[in-house]
Ligand binder design. Structure first.
Ligand code: ADP
Length: 567
């Protein structure tokens, strides 16, 4: 060979060496796992998918990789992992991995961004994202090169977020506690556990409800037996009773013989744990308003599912939401019960008050007659005042009775056709007698007859006028206006009194609602008049509303349809 040839060859070898060094440095520094898998025996790419996949698991081994790859499996350097079989790393029973390898073959051995489910040296589960290329020579697959990234944490965070959203949606759907618990249990298995137990305590802090869910329903009896074997052991170190007592979360990441040794006091318990195949365990308390109201335990029987600190944190967050839901359901039920009790009380009390007040009224009238006959003016005046107060009392009782009837849907209506203008005139006349300060100005006319309960509609009008008088102590007039449209009549009652802010305009029609700033001691009342009025107008298919501004007075309106034939 000429001298020149030698030199060229030397330069080429040097260049190659340099490039190889650069390549090695690149591989060593990369944070991605870089690998080469070899097949001890090559396989024809014409073989069936199943045969090829079986072949990969049997003959595939890791021939080369960088340290980053070794770290992903819990090893320190590449030397610790090189030689590992594919079947040591890739979980063969996992369906995702069958799909992964199938896709690898289908794509003619060039696959990008595909997930694999693998386990590290301690058996912990990982999700890797892979890019890989197979080397095919003469129709035979020989090896594959690839890179991979550990996306377990990111994937888990995404899944957990989704799960929390799903759980939160589910948690609001029912007020039936037992049903809610079953739904939650179903949600947790198999996503977070192979079986889980939810226990809820009652008032006396004892377990009131308990639900078990297992991915394999035939195992439920065994799981129940395990619980029975330890639930009454005093000072038990783990499990529902312990969590209920301590109010703290707990975890046994890996249940092995060492751990089981500690439970040797209860042989039965150890037998059950082994029978069930328990691998990992965690439990969290359900805490609402500082009180432990229950506990959830999560158990894994899968080889590659070992609970981690992150899992525990996540379940604690989930438990917070579940506890909140359960607590809300409880509070809601308690509130409902209290409301029923209150309504019952109002109904009974107002009923009981009616009879004595009616007698008092009759006797007052008798006494007044006597006083008038005897010319006792002083007594007569007092008895007249007394009678007015009795009227107020009667109205109050009447309103309370009505409210109870509305609640139970028993407010009866006596419908007939009546002259609307006449009804308004009479009501205004009566109300004019109640005030010496205000002039009630009635304007407009409807000329309509309408169908409805005359007394009750009159009651609405009286109520609006009496409010207008009550809440305008320094003004001297109230304006009542009648209007009519093609299909409806309308009434407005305007005062020039204290008024109110916008935010109250809807709420004043709720039961017992009073605007606190404008109803101090100067304005007695119960906050039920407008509620009843609104119910009455609604029952006549009409509408009642208000416009108001603090310091400028209020106008209350109601409209009612004119029934066909009554126009
Ligand atoms: P009550 O007057 O017995 O409290 P209502 O149901 O008739 O009960 O009224 C509810 C609340 O609405 C009152 O407490 C008051 O705060 C407010 N309100 C009603 N009418 C007027 C009015 N004309 N002007 C100002 N505030 C009013």
């Amino acid at each position: 060979m000429p001298k020149d040839g030698h030199k060229k060859e030397h330069i080429a070898t040097e260049a190659l060496k340099k490039s190889e060094e650069r390549y090695k440095a690149f591989i060593a520094q990369s944070t991605e796992g870089i690998w080469r898998f070899e097949l001890e025996k090559q396989i024809s790419i014409k073989s069936s998918f199943k045969k090829q996949i079986d072949h990969f698991y049997t003959y595939g081994y890791l021939a080369e990789c960088n340290d980053a790859m070794a770290h992903m499996y819990g090893f320190t350097t590449s030397q610790d992992i090189i030689g590992a079989r594919l079947s040591d790393l890739l979980i063969r029973t996992d369906k995702n991995n069958t799909l992964y390898l199938t896709e690898f073959i289908r794509s003619q051995y060039k696959l990008s961004e595909y997930e694999s489910h693998e386990k590290d040296k301690d058996g912990n589960f990982h999700i890797f994202q892979n890019n890989l290329t197979g080397i095919v020579e003469d129709g035979m697959l020989k090896r594959a090169w690839g890179t991979q990234r550990d996306i377990t944490k990111q994937k888990r965070a995404e899944q957990q977020q989704l799960f929390l959203e799903k759980a939160s949606n589910m948690l609001v759907i029912s007020l039936d506690q037992q049903f809610t618990l079953q739904q939650i249990a179903k949600l947790l298995v198999p996503y977070l556990a192979d079986y889980c137990r939810i226990a809820i305590t009652g008032e006396d802090n004892k377990i009131k409800e308990i639900t078990v869910s297992h991915s394999d329903p035939t195992q439920v009896t065994l799981v129940e037996a395990l619980f029975d074997s330890y639930k009454n052991i005093p000072n038990i170190t783990h499990g529902v009773p312990k969590i209920l007592q301590s109010g703290k979360s707990e975890m046994i990441p890996k249940i092995d013989d060492n751990v089981l040794k500690k439970f040797k006091t209860s042989k039965q318990l150890v037998t059950f744990v082994k029978k069930i195949g328990l691998k990992s365990y965690m439990g969290v308390p359900l805490i609402a308003r500082g009180k432990t109201i229950g506990a959830i335990t999560f158990s894994s029987i899968q080889d590659h599912r070992y609970y981690t600190k992150e899992d525990l944190q996540f379940t604690e967050e989930l438990a917070r939401r579940i506890a909140l839901t359960i607590d809300n359901v409880r509070l809601f039920k308690e509130a409902q019960e209290a409301i029923t009790l209150r309504d019952d009380f109002i109904s009974v009390a107002s009923h009981e008050l009616k009879t004595p007040v009616t007698s008092v009224k009759i006797f007052t009238q008798v006494l007044q007659k006597h006083a008038d006959e005897n010319g006792d003016k002083k007594a007569s005046l007092s008895l007249e005042k007394m009678d007015k107060q009795i009227n107020k009392l009667t109205e109050l009782i009447y309103n309370l009775l009505n409210i109870a009837k509305i609640q139970t849907g028993r407010l009866e209506f006596n419908e007939k056709v009546f002259d609307f203008d006449q009804m308004v005139h009479e009501a205004v006349d009566v109300m004019q007698h109640m005030t010496t300060k205000h002039t009630l100005q009635l304007q407009g006319i409807t000329n309509k007859k309408i169908r409805g309960d005359e007394d009750r509609i009159g009651q609405v009008l009286s109520n609006l006028i009496s409010n207008a008088i009550k809440y305008s102590p320094t003004s001297d007039k109230v304006i009542i206006t009648l209007t009519t449209k093609k299909d409806s009549i309308g009434v407005s009652v305007q005062d020039f009194g204290i008024g109110m802010d916008r935010e109250h305009l809807d709420k004043i029609f709720h039961r017992f609602y009073r605007v606190s700033s404008n109803t101090d001691k100067t304005f007695p009342g119960l906050g039920i008049g407008l509620y009843i009025s609104n119910e009455i107008i609604k029952r006549h298919n009409g509408r009642l509303w208000a416009e108001s501004k603090t310091g400028y007075g209020s106008t209350f309106y109601f409209t009612m349809p004119i029934n066909q034939g009554e126009k």
